[in-house]
Design a protein around this ligand. Structure first.
Ligand SMILES: [Zn+2]
Ligand SMILES: [Zn+2]
Length: 286
């Protein structure tokens, strides 16, 4: 059993998870987690609530965020820090929110022109901050135009289909800059989910290291299923990188259970101490 049981990758209702930050902290405490990071997509808005509850439950919380970068948002960069309201981060979140809403209206306009009008305001109202293609697809199914969302993506909303509008890309290099400028230590999330070959992944990692990448999420369920934790651990150790891990918990069905990688992460105590030291150093320089 590791000296410290950590889950440094989780999502709440503030992005696409099903538990509120407070419910998530309570569930983590009940599952015997000592140290939790709330790493919602493109927002740190749940961190303060999580910290308050963590104090009551007697567990530690590290503020975090997960940014989707690159083509189709496929490269995810996690950031760990101590100022969830840092200005460069808040500016980025606001811009991404506006971009998503603008793209939503463009796609809804195309759907209308193709003969599929929808109640745009009603969809936006229920979707909240992170409106996207799934919300339009579900609305088209509810309106009776299609059998299921797969059909909608095949016919209309999939990449290069007639109602598709590409997303504004966040480049990994820009994400690294913004995180570092906010005092957040950037870590490459779930490397096994990237479409790269082994060689191209290593080339990418080495290029990102030059731009401020500080570590790799070694203990992620997907890594365990593919090459295995020790494969990614070696890549990190060879480059003297920070090592993190977490379940990527969203809900009890679609992803791994909360805390599911905690028992495999034997060096968590040392790795988290190194992460905290890096956060502190980064913030001293700001
Ligand atoms: Zn991710
Ligand atoms: Zn995630």
């Amino acid at each position: 059993m590791p000296e410290l049981r950590c889950d440094l990758h989780t999502h709440s209702t503030n992005s696409d998870g099903v538990l509120t930050p407070s419910e998530l902290v309570r569930k983590a405490a009940a599952a015997g987690i000592d140290c939790l990071a709330l790493s919602d997509h493109d927002t740190t808005s749940g961190v303060r609530e999580a910290e308050e509850d963590a104090g009551l439950c007697g567990i530690q919380v590290i503020p975090a965020v997960e940014l989707s970068c690159g083509e189709d948002g496929e490269t995810h960069i996690l950031g760990y820090g101590d100022r969830p309201d840092a200005t460069p981060l808040l500016r980025l979140f606001e811009k991404r929110k506006q971009d998503r809403i603008e793209r939503f209206y463009q796609m809804a306009g195309k759907l209308k022109a193709l003969g599929f009008p929808l109640d745009e305001e009603a969809i936006l109202h229920t979707a909240g901050e992170s409106v996207g293609r799934p919300h339009l697809a579900r609305a088209l199914v509810s309106a009776g135009y299609f059998q299921d969302t797969t059909e909608v993506f095949d016919r209309l909303l999939g990449n290069d289909r007639p109602a598709y509008v590409p997303q504004d890309l966040l480049h990994v290099e820009d994400a690294l800059l913004i995180l570092t400028a906010s005092g957040f230590v950037p870590i490459l999330a779930h490397p096994s989910l990237l479409p790269d070959t082994e060689d191209s992944l290593l080339r990418k990692i080495d290029a990102w290291l030059e731009r401020g990448l500080a570590g790799i999420e070694v203990y992620h369920p997907a890594n365990g299923e593919k090459q295995g934790f020790s494969y990614y651990r070696k890549i990190s150790e060879d480059r003297r990188l920070l090592i993190t891990g977490g379940s990527d918990y969203h809900d009890d069905q679609s992803h791994a259970p909360l805390g599911s990688t905690a028992d495999a992460w034997f060096s968590a105590k040392e790795d988290v101490a190194a992460l905290r030291e890096n956060i502190q150093k980064l913030n001293e320089r700001l």
